[in-house]
Design a protein around this ligand. Structure first.
Ligand code: PEP
Length: 249
């Protein structure tokens, strides 16, 4: 049985004081969740959010990490820095980072291996553009992203990874993939993991859907057999997030 994981991606929103406020609003609403709940927050909010959620069921996630351990990489943040600040999860390969900051599949592979080496739970994003979907190359594209991201990762380590399938055309657009569309790609991702690692890893790995998930559509999406959670952008900044976390109540 895979435990559902609902992660908020705050993106570049919330000053440290706003972040504390949001935690105080959300904490009482999500405290009885039986899903794994993660707040993935901007780097500067990590410490205040970790302080606010200490001793609760909330995990703190980062939105990025760098794959080197330390040194002359101005502006970057290492896995050890995240761990020492109370971070347990880290997003990598979000389409906004791929698009605006030119992150490649090879970068994501190095980040994934570093996060696993250090004991962080990686949330690896993948997904196609509208043009790729219309061209009929969605499955090939996502399989390629997964195969490169997982290069050099063992079957045991792969079980600890969370994959977030996020069609780019559904992110921040209010245009959600239908539950059937999301399920068929999440299943294709699980089949790809099965080819790479076998049944055990394929059945253990968790696959989220992300892209305009909200309180209205989450139940249908989360009922699908290969959708093990959600990565939530816009709706993670308001009380609505708690409705998604408690979708099964
Ligand atoms: C995201 O950025 O990961 C995301 C899914 O955003 P939204 O929910 O706003 O579409």
């Amino acid at each position: 049985m895979r435990k559902k994981i609902i992660a908020g991606n705050w993106k570049m929103n919330m000053t440290p004081s706003e972040a504390r406020e949001l935690c105080r609003t959300l904490l009482p609403l999500v405290k009885d969740a039986d899903t794994e709940v993660v707040f993935c927050v901007p780097a500067i909010d990590i410490v205040p959010v970790a302080e606010e959620v200490k001793g609760t069921n909330i995990h703190v996630g980062a939105e990025n990490l760098y794959f080197e351990d330390k040194g002359a990489y101005t502006g970057e943040i290492s896995a050890d820095m995240l761990l020492d600040s109370g971070v347990t999860h880290v997003i990598m390969g979000h389409s906004e980072r791929r698009g605006y900051f030119h992150e490649t599949d090879e970068d994501i592979n190095r980040k994934l291996r570093k996060a696993l080496e250090k004991g962080l739970t990686p949330i690896v994003c993948c997904g196609e553009s509208l043009e790729q979907r219309e061209q009929g190359i969605c499955f090939d594209w996502v399989r390629m992203q997964i195969k490169i991201a997982f290069r050099g990762v063992s079957a045991e380590d792969a079980k600890r990874v969370v994959i977030a399938y996020e069609p780019i055309w559904a992110i921040g657009t209010g245009k959600t993939a239908t539950a059937e569309q999301a399920q068929e790609v999440c299943k294709a991702i699980r089949d790809c993991i099965r080819e790479l690692y076998g049944d055990d890893t394929a059945e253990a790995i968790r696959i989220q859907y992300g892209g305009s998930m909200n309180a209205g559509n989450c139940r249908e999406l989360l009922a699908k057999p290969d959708i093990d959670g959600g990565l939530i952008g816009g709706a993670s900044l308001k009380a609505e997030f708690a409705e998604i976390v408690n979708y099964n109540k």
